[in-house]
Design a protein around this ligand. Structure first.
Ligand SMILES: [Zn+2]
Length: 269
């Protein structure tokens, strides 16, 4: 009797996850329009040009894969700006190629990828990236194109990596100075606690129910694509990366909050 109850609970939970998945598919365009202040009557019609802003090669698939896959399915023009070559172990050129391959799997062509190679922005958790320099690089990139959606890390950087956090600080600064297009929406990827992070797709109901401005998730087909992108980063495939692929909820779901256009951050270095 007890065994039947356990099986019933497990099957009900899985059915709930499936229901959320289809509910998400129906609600996604509406959520995207709401967060970007696009009139609900209008079709999307290639209206969105999005920029994924990352620090290292592999951030795009480790953390943002569900977002990129879903946005590409909606015909959103997705670009990537990666602020380093990932040269921590002197593998910069190799990692650059891995990044291009990973993006091809996720649906971003080479022509929409910019990789910055600047000695002052090294791939190093101990290096303090200059807010002024990141703001300058990102600001210039935003002015050169017409992006109306920018997605990047939040203040905890998902993994806590100092380079991820530095990007968020710089974006907050850039927004506060008003040097960004008014019609551009900035979203930060929500960092979740350790238990939620490694609960795979089983965490999905929590991501769906807890308040966020945008929730993007993929099913088994999307997961396979995210995994294929991760496998492009052969130089990084140590055992813990394989565990990450198997258990991280970021392979299935991304939740975002709008970065507010708050007061100016005084300290710039
Ligand atoms: Zn990173």
């Amino acid at each position: 009797m007890y065994a039947y109850l356990v099986v019933f609970v497990i099957l009900s939970y899985l059915a709930w996850i499936r229901h959320i998945y289809f509910q998400h598919l129906r609600a996604l365009v509406k959520s995207l329009k709401r967060v970007m202040n696009i009139s609900t009557e209008r079709e999307l019609n290639n209206d969105i040009t999005a920029l994924i802003l990352t620090a290292h090669p592999d951030d795009e698939c480790m953390f943002f894969a569900p977002t990129i896959i879903r946005l590409r399915e909606l015909n959103v023009n997705v670009h990537l700006l990666c602020l380093s070559e990932g040269n921590y172990y002197n593998q910069g050129p190799e990692r650059r190629h891995e990044l291009l391959r990973s993006c091809a799997v996720l649906g971003i062509p080479n022509s929409r990828i910019t990789i910055i190679d600047d000695d002052k922005l090294p791939d190093d958790p101990k290096a303090e990236w200059s807010t002024a320099l990141i703001s300058s690089v990102v600001g210039k990139h935003l002015r050169a194109q017409t992006f109306n959606l920018v997605l990047t890390f939040d203040g905890s950087g998902v993994s806590g990596h100092a380079n991820h956090v530095a990007i968020y600080t710089a974006i907050r600064h850039l927004i506060s100075t008003g040097e960004v297009p008014k019609e551009c929406t900035f979203l930060s990827l929500v960092t979740v606690g350790l238990l939620r992070k490694y609960f795979s797709f089983l965490e999905l109901p929590l991501s769906w129910l807890l308040p966020s401005h945008l929730c993007l998730l993929v099913g088994s087909k999307g997961y396979k694509r995210a995994k294929a992108a991760m496998l492009c980063h052969g130089s990084q495939l140590l055992w813990f990366r394989r565990l990450y692929i198997a258990f991280s909820r970021y392979m299935f779901v991304n939740t975002f909050q709008v970065i507010p256009r708050g007061p100016k951050i005084a300290k710039i270095y």
